[in-house]
Structure formats: C-alpha cells, structure tokens
Design a protein around this ligand. Structure first.
Ligand code: EPU
Length: 421
C-alpha cells in the first residue's frame, strides 16, 4: 500500500489549481444512462471513486467509459447497445455512491437491481429516503438477497417531502423524475452546488428542472433526453482543503478556480481564525498568520459549514491559539481522525458529537493511519505543520477523492512525497 511522507514546517507559497468536483462527477456520470448516445464530460477528476463509477457503467454495458485527454480529464460514456440494469455488490461495497444509478435505471429501463450499500466508516448511511422518493414516483421496491430491486413501467410525477436532507437522495430522485410522466415536486431537498450542477447537466440534456439549489425542486417530466457535453465544476472541498493547507502552514496561496459562492461558510471561518481570504484572478487567496485563532464550528447541510471540511478544520484548530468546539451534526462517526491527531500531540476531547480542541504550540510528526477520505486529508495537513516526519498510511482513502494531492502540495513548497508500495 502506498504511503505519504511529509516533513512539516514549510509555509506554502504559490498557486494551485483545483480539479473537477468528485461529488458532482459521480451523479453526472450516472446521468449518462438517461439518454442514448455518447455524452462527453470534461474536467472530470482522475480519482479512484470516478474509476469505480466508470466500472459500474461499463459492467452494465456502457461503452468507452474511461478517462482520456492530456490531463486525463475527459470522459466519454456511450449508451449504444443493450444495458443490463444491475450494480453488483463487489462495486457498490467499494463505493456507496454507486447507488446513484438506481434513479436513472428505473426511469429509463423500467427496472434496476442495485446492491444495497451497507454502513460505512463514517456512519450507518441508510438510503431509505432514496427509496421513499422512488416509491412516491410509482416505483415498486423490493429488497432481496441484499439487493434493492425497483420496477416501474412508467414513473409518474409525485410529491416527495424528504424527512432528512440528503445529497445523493435528492440527486437520485431528481434523475428519476426527469423521465416521469407529469410534474414532480421535491421538498426539503439538499441545496449543495453539486445538486445544482447535476440539474444544469440534466437541463442541457433536455430535462425541465427548476429550483435546484433551493429546498424545493420542481420537475416536469419529458419523454426522452439527449446526450450532453459538459465541463464539471471545481471541487469546493478540495479547494477548502488547499485553503486550510495555506492556513496551517502560515502560508500565502492562490487557490485557482475556487468558487467563492460555494465556500462562503469556509471562508468566513478562516477569516475568523485571522487569515486574510480574498477573491482574485479566478480564485481565492489565503494569507495566514503564524498562529491562527480558534473558532467554533458546527457542520450542517449547505450553505452551512460542510461535514466534508470538518476533519481538515479540526487539523487547523489543533495548533490554534485557544480552544475550539467542533460539532458534527451530519454523520455519527466522523471523528476517526482524532486518535491519529492525538498521536501527533493534539489535545482533543470528544463528548458525543462534539470535539473540544485545545490548541497546542507544536505537533510532532508520527506514523498515522488514514481511516476515511477527509480524515486522511486532515492528517496530511497536520503533517505539513508538525515538527519532523509524518508517515500517513492507507492513503487509498485519500486517492478516492483527491487528485495527486501530494504533487499539488509539493508544487507549493511542501516537503512531501508518496512512497509506492
Ligand atoms: N440519510 C438518511 N437516509 C437517507 C439518506 C441519508 O438517514 O436515505 C442521512 C445520512 O445517514 C446522513 C445524512 O442523512 O446522516 C446526510 O447524508 P447524505 O445522504 O446527504 O450523504 P450522501 O449523499 O450519502 C454526500 C457526499 C458525502 C457528503 C454528504 C454530506 C456524494 C457522493 N457524497 O453523501 O461526501 O459527506 O453528502 O454532505 O455526494 C466525501 O466526499 O467525503 C463524502 C463523504
């Protein structure tokens, strides 16, 4: 297994490009199933999770679903021959987001058989809201042998009021409703920029969706959709992670392509810590003091502070000048970075869903183990600040969601390298 070795202490300087958004690419790739023909996507990040989604599509019979182009950021998905509407256990167990094929399959092919995703490291993560939404559109849902089977000759428009705000649930049901007969109204929807981006792509394909990015989405079903060409929006979580990298090292970095409107909560928190964050030249510049101040954070759905930035912000707070209270309200088990940060000298106490972080003067490098994607990022960030050598193991978690992070950080002056297994 590859590992990352970081020697901390260098303030990051320079410019860095943000790649396309993982959590937009995954539903958008799944949406290719909704139209016959070849869709072409650009700015697709070269990530393990994207490769898994392409494999899911290829297993079903989609053609040429792979990353090409000079930056390996172009991806074509061709729906030409027959499609087997099934996502097998072996793929779904490696990536829960494979469940995003459920909505498109039942809408377009009248049948879907998708392995039920189990819990994952950060929480139980049920999909009851996805199923509730599909049922409201007339799908018949059964659970057998670990698989969800959804059937409907023709989905019909309906009203769905989500009991829980869910990102992929909103996306799945939206992708089903675009081909349903009549109007669907989805209430209490996720408002993440990735939901809005998916709606933008579906509308380019000929769908009639209004309200994406707000909590009520109205969809008038159409008979058929066309393939599409689209460049995927920049990854706000990668951007936020690079901004924290600047902050934790006392650096000065221009994060190019970061979209300020997508990062408002993160920008406000970084400013509260004493960093200067300014929009310039199509990106965001972060200038950090030597020691940041402490801030309290509660993760909530967009536009609140994203759970996907909680671990990274906690990394920053381990070396802040005071005490910070960090509450996680989205996932029940998203503090797995804490014991690893302890090994580097952090002072963190967990009380239920809250972590109390007392800033320390210095972290010291240590061998640590990544447990999930964002936890891995926080350990790399802590390593950039720590005295001595940090060795981050199990970085396959990091590779699921960050495109060549160590290269980007090295170009900013970090002493960081990947050691191949
Ligand atoms: N939930 C339910 N029932 C459902 C669906 C969700 O109870 O049917 C609960 C979940 O258990 C969780 C909360 O609702 O407590 C929110 O989960 P959500 O469904 O919004 O999460 P998701 O769609 O599975 C996406 C991102 C995650 C990100 C969350 C929250 C993708 C592919 N994944 O997951 O990204 O943390 O939204 O913003 O879009 C990551 O990139 O590291 C990552 C985990």
């Amino acid at each position: 297994m590859d590992k990352i070795i970081v020697k901390g202490g260098r303030p990051l300087q320079g410019e860095v490009n943000v790649s396309g958004a993982k959590n937009a690419a995954l539903p958008i790739l799944a949406s290719a199933l909704l139209a016959d023909g070849k869709s072409v996507y650009r700015n697709v990040p070269d990530l393990a999770d994207v490769k898994t989604m392409l494999k899911v599509l290829e297993t079903m019979g989609c053609g040429t679903a792979r990353l090409t182009g000079r930056k390996k950021d172009v991806c074509e998905v061709a729906v030409e021959g027959p499609i087997t509407p099934e996502a097998p256990y072996d793929l779904v167990k490696t990536m829960r987001a494979s469940v995003l094929v459920l909505g498109p399959l039942v809408a377009r092919y009248g049948r879907a058989r998708v392995s039920m995703p189990g819990g994952c490291a950060i929480g139980a993560r049920p999909i009851d809201q996805h199923l509730k939404g599909l049922k409201a559109l007339g799908a018949d849902i059964t659970l057998t042998e670990g698989y969800v089977e959804a059937r409907a000759k023709q989905l019909k428009g309906g009203t769905v009021n989500f009991d829980v705000i869910t990102v992929t649930g909103t996306e799945n049901v939206m992708m089903a409703a675009v081909l349903a007969k009549g109007r669907s109204v989805l209430e209490n929807c996720a408002r993440e920029p990735e939901v809005e981006e998916l709606a933008r792509v579906l509308n380019k394909m000929g769908a009639r969706i209004e309200g994406a990015g707000t909590s009520v989405i109205t969809i008038d079903g159409v008979e058929a959709l066309n393939p599409v060409e689209h460049a995927i929006l920049p990854d706000r979580i990668e951007a936020g992670t690079l901004m924290v990298a600047a902050a934790i090292t006392g650096g000065n970095v221009l994060v190019k392509h970061a979209v300020p409107e997508h990062l408002e909560a993160v920008i406000l928190k970084l400013r509260e810590t004493g960093c200067t964050v300014t929009a310039e030249q199509g990106g965001l510049r972060v200038k950090a003091p030597k020691v940041v101040g402490s801030v309290d954070v509660k993760t909530t759905e967009h536009p609140g502070f994203p759970t996907d930035m909680q671990a990274q912000l906690m990394g920053l707070m381990t070396v802040a000048s005071g005490t910070s209270v960090i509450s996680e309200s989205i996932f029940e088990n998203r503090f797995m970075h804490v014991p690893e940060l302890h090994r580097m000298g952090a002072d963190i106490t967990i009380q239920g869903h809250t972590a109390v972080v007392k800033g320390v003067k210095k972290l010291s490098g240590a061998p640590v183990m990544a447990t999930d994607l964002r936890a891995s990022a926080s350990l790399v960030l802590a390593g950039l600040r720590a005295e001595g050598k940090t060795e981050v193991q199990r970085i396959y978690h990091l590779d699921r969601g960050y495109e060549r992070l160590e290269r980007k950080l090295r170009n900013l002056g970090a002493d960081i390298r990947r050691v191949k297994a």
